[in-house]
Design a protein around this ligand. Structure first.
Ligand code: WQD
Length: 359
């Protein structure tokens, strides 16, 4: 019976016709955004995407359609333009909730170009919040990050761990964004927000119709691994093996992108059903397991049978030593937990890289 209820609570009945609840996904042609659009559509929501395509490709819409059979409504513009934002909300007046992914996210680039990151990531959020107030949209899921914890003193890291001084402007934009949302909620009793603090999202949809699309040389480990394995990159550099960890390489909490996407649907339903316990809630989304760079390499070689060409080099500036999530709060409050194994996730990343090489 509960399942039937869940299905119906996303479908509105107007004049005896079925109208699906409409969710706006900003940055919806991006990596985590596109996987979340698929899960929202699979759960019966109607999805509209805003993206400026500065870090993604419009062909992602075809990949989404191949998986769900539904091509999302798509509007291309820069969210920092408040006038365009307001024109959008004047046109689409039936949006029930927003998931805000749209932001620049390359840690290294943010160090070189801080103003680009502060302008884009913060102005786009403020345009959105102002528009939500103007058009009385109450529900927001915000894409946040474990980078706000810096190098935690205690592991696994819980939601009440102290937010440390950000190591990069990227991480600082996530910290400041959460503060902007908190302060807005203090004066706007209508606004409800859930911030999801991701650990390291990896992998691709099992269909290999969507996945991570790094433009240029990948900053992140997994796309660099798969591009090395397929021959696009000559050699993978392992940034340091002198950390205080079992094998000397840095440890992260790598979470499957589909598991992560499903958590967004749960967060949206929590807000729409008014099940949130506070106006501003935040959850750590990881697997709860720490995995080192060498363990990633070993797992990838095991599941693919490919020997990776890599070498140990110096540490990368700005990297922390080790971090992994305490997921008990998300497990308990959201009834969510990561399900896919590291092996299965790395295999999905490899299947996606092979699909890209066929294009
Ligand atoms: C992982 C590990 C590197 C590349 C990411 C995102 C950030 C945030 C948190 C969401 C590190 C090592 C990497 C390479 C390597 N996510 N590495 N060789 O730095 O943890 O941050 O997750 O907001 O946005 O960037 O991820 O994949 O860059 O690095 O040895 O070529 O792999 O040193 O230990 P990171 P990453």
């Amino acid at each position: 019976m509960n399942i039937v209820f869940t299905i119906f609570d996303k479908i509105l009945f107007k004049n005896k016709t079925i109208v699906k609840k409409r969710i706006l996904v900003t940055g919806g042609t991006g990596y985590i955004g596109s996987h979340t659009v698929v899960e929202l559509q699979n759960s019966g929501f109607d999805v509209i995407i805003i993206d400026d395509l500065s870090n993604s490709k419009i062909e992602v819409l075809n990949g989404i359609e191949k998986i769900t059979g539904i091509k999302p409504v798509f509007e291309q513009f820069d969210l920092t333009d408040i006038d365009k934002c307001k024109r959008f909300f004047n046109k689409y007046t039936d949006i029930e909730a927003i998931i805000h992914f749209a932001a620049y996210k390359a840690v290294g680039e943010s160090v070189e170009k801080p103003l680009k990151y502060y302008r884009n990531n913060l102005l786009s959020l403020m345009s959105l919040l102002e528009s939500m107030q103007t058009f009385s949209i109450r529900n927001l899921v915000f894409s946040s990050s474990c980078t706000i914890y810096g190098q935690p003193e205690k592991l696994p890291v819980t939601e009440d761990a102290p937010v440390q001084e950000a190591i990069s402007p990227y991480g600082n934009t996530k910290q400041i964004a959460e503060e902007i949302i908190r302060d807005t909620i203090k004066t706007d009793k209508n606004l409800k927000t859930i911030a999801l603090r991701y650990f390291n999202p990896i992998g691709a949809h099992p269909s290999a119709h969507i996945g991570e699309l790094p433009i240029g040389i990948p900053n992140n480990l997994i796309p660099f691994v798969t591009q090395t394995a397929i021959g696009i990159r000559e050699q993978l550099r392992v940034f340091g093996n002198d950390y205080n960890t079992p094998d000397g390489t840095a440890i992260r909490d790598y979470i499957n992108v589909v598991d992560l996407a499903k958590a967004h649907v749960i967060a949206i339903e929590r807000l729409l059903n008014n099940n949130n316990k506070k106006a501003f809630e935040y959850f750590n989304l990881g697997t709860g397991q720490g995995v080192s760079v060498l363990e990633i390499i070993n797992s990838f070689e095991k599941v693919t049978g490919i020997k990776l060409n890599y070498k140990i080099v110096d540490r990368r500036a700005g990297d922390i030593e080790k971090v992994w999530a305490d997921t008990s709060f998300a497990n308990k409050e959201l009834g969510w937990q990561a399900e896919k194994s590291l092996d299965e996730t790395l295999l999905s990343a490899w299947k996606w890289e092979k699909r890209l090489s066929e294009e």
